[in-house]
Design a protein around this ligand. Structure first.
Ligand SMILES: C[S@@+](CC[C@H](N)C(=O)[O-])C[C@H]1O[C@@H](n2cnc3c(N)ncnc32)[C@H](O)[C@@H]1O
Length: 278
């Protein structure tokens, strides 16, 4: 699937126009069922909503890769990033396979210098990721506004602060290898990522090679990947042990299991860094 960079629309109000917002873990996000309804009424060029509904499936390999819903490991990784006090300030971050984009939004809140979002499906970026980033940035601007001790007339208005936050963000859709090529060959300046965050992206072993090479090509020499996953994906075949074995055989990254979660389906957080890095 070809890669594409998505422009941030000028009319930000329009992005949130027909959306309903929900909150969890202090983050807000658009209600998926409402987005799905508008998509079924024609706002989905890829047709992934109707395909997902008619096949009763959250994953249609090569067509729809699950970004319309928020998968539970996203919340595991948000918890871990907070518990481990991972610092984002001044860093460049990639939310790989972002779906709703909550991991990238957490990095933005942590004062990251740049945050890039990637999803396989362009509908997900346009209808879910972008609105979520804008909705959370608006909240953040309001929060800063309330914390600000300056008199109201001297404070930057939300309309002024929002575009500022958004200049830190870029949005991409497409298959991992294609997005990597787009980033590396683009005329725009590109610096490799200090941190790559990725949740529920190792369910399909057919994608391991593309995923591994993307991480290897886009991560900074001293960068770090935080990958959240179920231990096993029943019915799809992927899982953490298979992925770790794959990574070990490639001999590029060292891995370390930094957290396991035993509630419900077993899940975990894997940290990856280049072999020989500090
Ligand atoms: C199961 S969803 C998880 C979404 C989100 N990270 C979460 O935890 O809610 C998997 C994500 O990985 C991305 N993805 C999976 N396979 C991909 C591939 N081969 N190329 C590009 N993106 C892919 C899709 O964009 C999809 O959003």
């Amino acid at each position: 699937k070809a890669a594409k960079e998505h422009d941030i629309p000028e009319d930000l109000n329009k992005l949130l126009e027909d959306k309903v917002l929900e909150t969890a873990s202090g983050l807000c996000y658009v209600k998926m069922s409402v987005v799905e309804m508008t998509c079924l009424n024609g706002a989905d060029e890829e047709g992934i909503v109707s395909k997902s509904v008619s096949s009763h499936s959250d994953l249609i390999p090569g067509v729809y890769e699950g970004g319309l819903k928020i998968w539970e490991c996203t919340f595991d990784l948000i918890d871990y990033l907070s518990e481990a006090e991972i610092q984002f300030s001044g860093k460049t971050i990639l939310d790989l396979g972002c779906g709703a984009g909550l991991l990238g939004i957490v990095a933005l809140r942590g004062k990251a210098e740049k945050v890039h979002f990637q999803d396989y499906n362009s509908t997900v970026i346009d209808k879910i990721t972008l609105p979520n980033v804008v909705a959370n940035c608006i909240n953040e601007c309001h929060r800063d506004d309330n914390k600000n001790s300056k008199p109201p007339s001297k404070r930057p208005k939300v309309a002024e602060c929002l575009p500022d936050v958004l200049t830190k963000c870029r949005f991409f859709s497409g298959e991992w290898s294609a997005v990597t090529q787009l980033l590396l060959s683009s005329n725009k300046p590109f610096s490799k990522y200090d941190i790559i965050l990725t949740s529920e992206t190792i369910y399909n072993p057919d994608y391991y090679s593309a995923l591994h090479d993307t991480l290897a090509q886009l991560l900074d020499t001293n960068g770090c990947v935080y990958l959240a996953s179920k231990v096993h994906y029943f019915g799809v075949g992927g899982g953490i042990y298979l992925f770790e074995k794959f990574v070990e055989e490639r001999n590029v990254f060292r891995t370390s299991m930094v957290k396991t979660i035993d509630k419900g389906l077993q899940r975990c957080i894997l940290e990856m860094a280049f072999k020989g890095s500090s």
